[in-house]
Design a binder for this molecule. Sequence first.
Ligand SMILES: Cc1cc2nc3c(=O)[nH]c(=O)nc-3n(C[C@H](O)[C@H](O)[C@H](O)COP(=O)(O)O)c2cc1C
Length: 215
Amino acid sequence: MELEKIIHARHSTRAFLDKPVPRETIEKLLFLSSRAPSAINLQPWEFTVVMGEELRRLGRILVKRMRERNISCGPDAVRPLPSYLMDRQRKLMDCILPRLEKGVHFQDFVNEGSCNFYGAPSAIVVTIDQVFSKSRLVDVGIAVGYMLLAAYDMGLGTCPIGLISALADEIREMLSIPEEKDVVMGVALGYPDPHSQVNLAVTSRAAIDEVARFY
Ligand SMILES: Cc1cc2nc3c(=O)[nH]c(=O)nc-3n(C[C@H](O)[C@H](O)[C@H](O)COP(=O)(O)O)c2cc1C
């Protein structure tokens, strides 16, 4: 598939088929993700793949802790968002909410869904060694961007999940990830449920003249 088509068509998947992704497929995906460029070619990304019953166990614990600690998906901003950013957030909610089953609250759906990786058969926990400064998160983000696009090209659905970084201690403990690694995010990975309404949500983007300037 042409890259332009993949970029247009990729979107987050929040409902998956109960069908495992073969290990070789995930290995190929990680190989493609690792082709991302990075400063001094340091390749600071690290991936922990969790599958099947281990993932369900992790999900149950994360949902429990998220409720106990009242953790919620949010912009993680250092100041209140200005109105144009609030507007983008509202648009996302308006896009997903009508596609949820009646009575399901948007915030509950996203919080619980994120913690249990939306029921995906596999997930990738992305970490970075604390030897790196925050600048190297850029490199990790590029690799995850490659991952999302490559997965789509391979017929797989993904949902990037930042919420789980708030539960890093639990994740480190359950997956034996060393203390000196920061949990950057997770990626839910599996075959999209073609009958799910929520998977049909198409998010908008700000116009280019809102985000770019030419001199
Ligand atoms: C760094 C990052 C963190 C995200 N965290 C979450 C999350 O915790 N839960 C969730 O449901 N979606 C999460 N998303 C998905 C975004 O909501 C989604 O990418 C955005 O609304 C655009 O929609 P699209 O991916 O369908 O194009 C995250 C995306 C990124 C890039």
